[in-house]
Design a protein around this ligand. Structure first.
Ligand SMILES: C[S@@+](CC[C@H](N)C(=O)[O-])C[C@H]1O[C@@H](n2cnc3c(N)ncnc32)[C@H](O)[C@@H]1O
Length: 227
């Protein structure tokens, strides 16, 4: 996205305003923006608040958009083995337009397996390749927190497809097995997709941990009298 692409984003919607700011940075591939936007808006329809962990973050655009869509999240941590050289430029362009982002997004160069979110946090990962998506899901299950993933590059040797692969296309079997694993871990799972025109790797998995059991209310005076 460059200053020349700005003419594609003319209206006053948040999507176009974010796109124009990113065009000013002049370094993000257009596909990365559209994927992040489509994922973030679907995540926010179901998952509000919480500190955001953007794992295998790349430029961390999804974290920034999640914060812009819901300011009740206090901040975001982006984690990637290698921080792209242009990440600071993209973030600076967004901060110039939305100063409320300043100081709320931190970037850690490291392995996503080392991240320890809290139960109220939100883990998100767009196109964590091969079995990296399984590792993202494992991070969330260990923490007991919400998670949203858009998997890609299914490695049929490393990703478990279970028995489903006899009935369906193998990469779909891998994602179905992921849904089943999350459900067995007690999660409430929602599946969806972003437009295939943006990416063919467009399956979205959203999962919320079981809510803790609610304590039973104290007996009312009437219950006691009736007893
Ligand atoms: C396909 S890119 C996706 C980047 C970004 N989420 C996006 O949508 O553009 C996958 C990213 O995973 C990162 N990665 C690979 N192994 C990792 C690991 N063990 N921990 C954290 N990040 C990792 C890579 O450096 C790369 O940036």
């Amino acid at each position: 996205m460059t200053v020349y692409s700005k003419k594609l984003f003319r209206n006053d919607s948040l999507e176009h305003r974010i796109a124009r700011a990113i065009c000013d940075a002049g370094c993000l591939p257009r596909k990365e923006f559209f994927e992040a936007w489509e994922v973030a808006k679907r995540v926010r329809r179901r998952m509000r608040g919480g500190h955001i962990y953007d794992l295998a973050a790349g430029h961390g655009v999804v974290a920034a958009i999640l914060l812009l869509l819901d300011d009740t999240s206090p901040g975001a941590t982006c984690v990637d083995l290698q921080r792209p050289a242009s990440q600071a430029k993209v973030l600076a362009a967004l901060e110039a337009e939305w100063p409320r982002l300043v100081g709320r997004i931190t970037y850690i160069e490291g392995d996503l397996d080392d991240v320890r979110p809290a139960p109220g946090d939100l883990v998100v990962s767009v196109h964590a390749c091969r079995d990296l998506t399984d590792r993202v899901l494992a991070v969330a299950v260990r923490a007991g927190c919400r998670v949203a993933v858009l998997p890609c590059c299914h490695d049929l040797k490393r990703c478990k497809a279970g028995a489903y692969k006899g009935w369906m296309e193998p990469t779909l079997a891998v994602d179905v097995a992921r849904v089943v694993r999350m459900e067995l871990a007690g999660y409430d799972v929602t599946t969806g997709s972003i437009p295939a025109a943006i990416t063919p790797k467009n399956r979205l998995l959203l999962a919320c941990p079981p809510s803790p059991p609610r304590p039973s209310p104290p007996p009312s005076a009437r219950d006691i009298t009736d007893a």
